[in-house]
Every structure is written in structure tokens, then in C-alpha cells.
Ligand binder design. Structure first.
Ligand SMILES: [Zn+2]
Length: 368
């Protein structure tokens, strides 16, 4: 996505200016006007108002390019307020508190086997501590990222169903509940200006995916994003999916929990990739076949949706060996997905760790 495409997702010009200053760093009015497609006169008026509102600050005069006059640089006012991002993963909660410029000032990880009220209470305690340390009474926005379905503002696949209500009661403010892949895509757009037509696939522990068409998330009738992870690939399978409740969906078949179960002859229950890797020395073909299956379905999604790009993220693909298996599957199966249309997200862990805060920031901008 060129920068201009990215900023289109925000309605108000004020949001566009803030999105630019936070994602690209300080800039002059001249640069901002050009980047956002606004006139200099309008931008001058707007930034004067934003200076009055303490949203932005003026910095030193600088030469931006090689030629031309010195320009006054504008920055976001990092002390304007705080964002809170809560991410409930498969085995832990991570909570991040950031300043207005998204710099992280508080971070906590709470591990669990099954999420219960105890971990939610621990998370709430940490949030209380952050409020005290930073003297915060109200966050600019709060996000809550979860796995699986979000239907009617409820996290249906999280064992503590009322988790959003619990946080809202504590914070006395709205909490934006969202599927983790949707937030990951927001983070990718923010960091890399990804594009307006792409498919995002995340492998591990399940299969998260999202189809972005014309800069919007493609959705089903019930409002859930269209995805490939729960396509039923083997109706005769006895493996039932906890999320879609179908037998033999893609996630149930090749998700890490099922692969670990197969590799350990049913003795080990885990969703951790490092656990799976321990078995791969003796049973490499198990994972190779899983990657091949995933690649076939990515290629089919490519045929159906015709995106500009497929982005593949996930812990396994930090290892060049497993990236190579994807290419091998494309070649061996003579798949229609061209190699140059598939891109691995190599800094996936770094991007995904920022997703909750970036999503909170975007919700704030949408409501400005
Ligand atoms: Zn499923």
C-alpha cells in the first residue's frame, strides 16, 4: 500500500495527521500535506487547532530534503495519554501499556493452561498498577485481542466468556474486542503499508486468515471475517474442531495440537511449536505434509480471491527450512500460486507483539 492508500482508512484529517506522525515519525506541514493529499492552507489551519488541543507539538526547524527552506517539524505529543492492549493467546495473556506515540511503558505476561477468572484477576491487578504508576484515570483506547470467533461482541472460543465485560467493569470504559488476526493485519498495514488486496495467513498453533479486498476485510453474513482455516478438508476425520465444531477442518487437521497428538501417540497435549519440533527429528514427514496441505489451500484461496499478494506469518517460518518446504509444496503439487505472490512475514513476532496497541490506536483515531 502506498502511504496515501494506508491513510485512506481514517475518516478525519486529524486522524490521518496523527497516523502519519506516529507511523512515520516527525514531519513538516509541507510533507504532511503532500503525503495526505491535503492543501497547505487546510493543513496549517488543522495543525494550529491540533497544537491548541495538545495533540501535537512543534519541534526544531530542519532541512527535510537537500534543497529548500528549513521547515518546522511537527511531532505527536507523547504525553497526551495512554493506550492499553490486552492479548489473550492460546496459553498466555499479554498486556501492554503505551504512550500516545505507541512507546511501550508497561508490559506483563500471564501464563495459563486454561484461562480462568484467576488470570483475568491478575491482568486486572496489573492494569490497576499501571494506572497508578502513570497516573491514568482513562485510557485513550483499550483493545482486547482473542483467538477464534467474536460474535455479538462476545469471545465465543475463550473459556471466560464475559472477559470483555470484566475488563470494562474495571476500567469504566469501552474495550474493543477483536479477533487477533484482524489486529495483526492492522499492525502489518501500519508497519509495512501492506496493500489493498491481500490474504493474510498465520500458521500456528491454529490457522488464522483474513482476506483484504479493496482495503476492507471481506466478511461473512454474520459479520465474521472470511477465512480458510475452517474449510472442511476431511469430513470423515474423527478430529473435531473446538472452534467451528466441524470434523476435519483445516485447523483441526494441521493445527499444532493435532500434530503433537499424532506425533506423541496421543500422550502429549500441547499447542507449543517447540514441543512439536521435538518430534520432527523422527517424524519430519508429518510436518512436511501439514505444510503441503496448508500451501495447497493457500493456492486455492489465491485462485478464488485473486489477491495481489499472500502474506504468510507464523513461528515456523522464522526457520528457512520450513519456508523452503512451502516452495517445495508449490513445485511438487504444480500449484497455481506464483512464488513471487507469496511473501513470508519475517518480523512476525515483532509485529504481532505490537498488534494490540496499534489496534487500540486505530480505534482511537476512528472515534476522533
Ligand atoms: Zn474448525
Amino acid at each position: 500500500m502506498s502511504n496515501k492508500e494506508y491513510f485512506k482508512k481514517f475518516k478525519s484529517s486529524k486522524s490521518k495527521v496523527l497516523a502519519s506522525l506516529v507511523s512515520n515519525g516527525s514531519a513538516s506541514r509541507k510533507t504532511l500535506a503532500a503525503e495526505l493529499g491535503l492543501t497547505r492552507a487546510f493543513l496549517t489551519k488543522l495543525t494550529t487547532k491540533m497544537l491548541d488541543e495538545d495533540l501535537i507539538l512543534t519541534g526544531p526547524e530542519m532541512n527535510e530534503g537537500k534543497v529548500g527552506r528549513k521547515q518546522i517539524m511537527l511531532n505527536v505529543n507523547s504525553n497526551k495519554g495512554y493506550f492499553l492492549g490486552i492479548h489473550i493467546g492460546v496459553d498466555h495473556i499479554s498486556i501492554r501499556c503505551s504512550k500516545f506515540n505507541l512507546e511501550i511503558v508497561g508490559l506483563k505476561r500471564i501464563d495459563f493452561n486454561t484461562l480462568t477468572d484467576i488470570e483475568v484477576d491478575k491482568a486486572i491487578n496489573f492494569i490497576s498498577e499501571q494506572c497508578e504508576i502513570h497516573n491514568v484515570h482513562h485510557f485513550l483506547a483499550v483493545s482486547l485481542l482473542v483467538r477464534g470467533s467474536v460474535i455479538n461482541n462476545q469471545a465465543t472460543n475463550i473459556s471466560v466468556h464475559n472477559v470483555k465485560d470484566r475488563f470494562e467493569e474495571k476500567l469504566h470504559q469501552e474495550v474493543f474486542l477483536i479477533n487477533n488476526i484482524v489486529a495483526l493485519s492492522a499492525a502489518l498495514d501500519f508497519e509495512d503499508k501492506t496493500g489493498s488486496d491481500y490474504i493474510l495467513v498465520k500458521y500456528g498453533p491454529g490457522i488464522g486468515s483474513l482476506v483484504i479486498s479493496n482495503s476492507s476485510i471481506l466478511k461473512k453474513q454474520n459479520g465474521e471475517p472470511v477465512e480458510i482455516g475452517h474449510i472442511q478438508i476431511d469430513p470423515n476425520s474423527e478430529t473435531k474442531c473446538e472452534i467451528c465444531h466441524k470434523n476435519g477442518c483445516l485447523e483441526a487437521e494441521i493445527g499444532f495440537p493435532n500434530l503433537i497428538k499424532i506425533a506423541s501417540n496421543g500422550e502429549v497435549t500441547s499447542s507449543d511449536f517447540t514441543v512439536l519440533e521435538q518430534y520432527l527429528d523422527k517424524n519430519e514427514s508429518l510436518f512436511k505434509n501439514a505444510i503441503s496441505t496448508l500451501t495447497i489451500f493457500m493456492s486455492e484461496a489465491y485462485d478464488i480471491f485473486d489477491p495481489d499478494m499472500i502474506f504468510l506469518a507464523g513461528e515456523p517460518f522464522n526457520n528457512p527450512k520450513y519456508r523452503q518446504w512451502v516452495y517445495q509444496a508449490m513445485h511438487d503439487n504444480n500449484l497455481s500460486l506464483p512464488t513471487d505472490k507469496l511473501l513470508f512475514i519475517e518480523h512476525y513476532i515483532e509485529i504481532s507483539s505490537k498488534a494490540s496497541i496499534i489496534y487500540a490506536f486505530e480505534q482511537y483515531l476512528n472515534n476522533l
